[in-house]
Design a protein around this ligand. Structure first.
Ligand code: NI
Length: 226
């Protein structure tokens, strides 16, 4: 009887050990952001949200890559970057509060200029002529800057539908977007690389009609200022 009565305890320990050993898909704070955000997500901004913007992002784990929550995050990031109030050409997950390697890039080098999602992207190499072009960032309102960038990149990533690893060479303006978005995943902002940074004159007029305030339930605390 005594031995038998120990079985429920042993089973509970085994179940707990297995559960703890399983790779978790997203932290509690990340789950909160993905689940509770509206289709157009709150976009983190320098100053109030510098901690999440300045923290290098981790690769998605196999559990995260296989999760429905990742699909929700991808969908909401797409809705955010293409929304009238953001109207961006790319977005990285730290810009919605998630320090994981997920980006959307508008492919100006493809017919129809579609937005495409890249999981665990890494720039393997950068080359070509350096150009100094104007850049802005949804997370650095209301500024613009002149930023030196390479004209070509080789990017490796996981394809969001097949989950297969791929490598691609990209040139021109789209290569600049890849550099800007992958910088976000390393905690780098364009203002770190810019020759000059200046006020974007029409920023206030175009954005005054939208609400950019942080949701009351937002789980991340600010503790860094730049
Ligand atoms: Ni940006």
């Amino acid at each position: 009887m005594k031995k038998l009565s120990q079985w429920p305890v042993l089973c509970a320990i085994v179940v707990l050990a297995v559960a703890c050993g399983r790779p978790q898909a997203f932290t509690a704070a990340e789950q909160c952001i993905i689940d509770r955000s509206a289709e157009v997500m709150y976009v983190t901004v320098i100053g109030a949200d510098s901690t999440v913007l300045r923290t290098p992002s981790a690769d998605l784990t196999p559990a995260e890559l296989a999760s429905d929550r990742l699909k929700t995050l991808m969908d909401k990031m797409y809705s955010t970057v293409t929304s009238p109030q953001q109207d961006g050409v790319g977005i990285a997950a730290p810009q919605v509060g998630i320090d994981k390697r997920v980006i959307w890039v508008q492919r100006f080098d493809k017919p129809g200029e579609p937005f495409e999602c890249y999981l665990n992207p890494h720039l393997d190499s950068l080359w070509g002529e350096m150009t100094h072009g104007p850049e802005g960032c949804l997370s650095v309102p209301p500024m613009r800057g002149l930023v030196p960038r390479y004209s070509a990149v080789k990017v490796s990533y996981i394809h969001p539908e097949t989950l297969e690893p791929r490598t691609e060479t990209v040139e021109g303006y789209t290569a600049i977007i890849f550099q800007h978005e992958c910088d976000h995943l390393d905690g780098t902002l364009y203002i770190d690389r810019a020759d000059t940074v200046f006020l974007h004159a029409s920023w206030k007029e175009t954005r005054a009609q939208y609400d950019y305030s942080r949701p009351a339930w937002w789980p991340l605390k600010e503790n860094q200022t730049n």
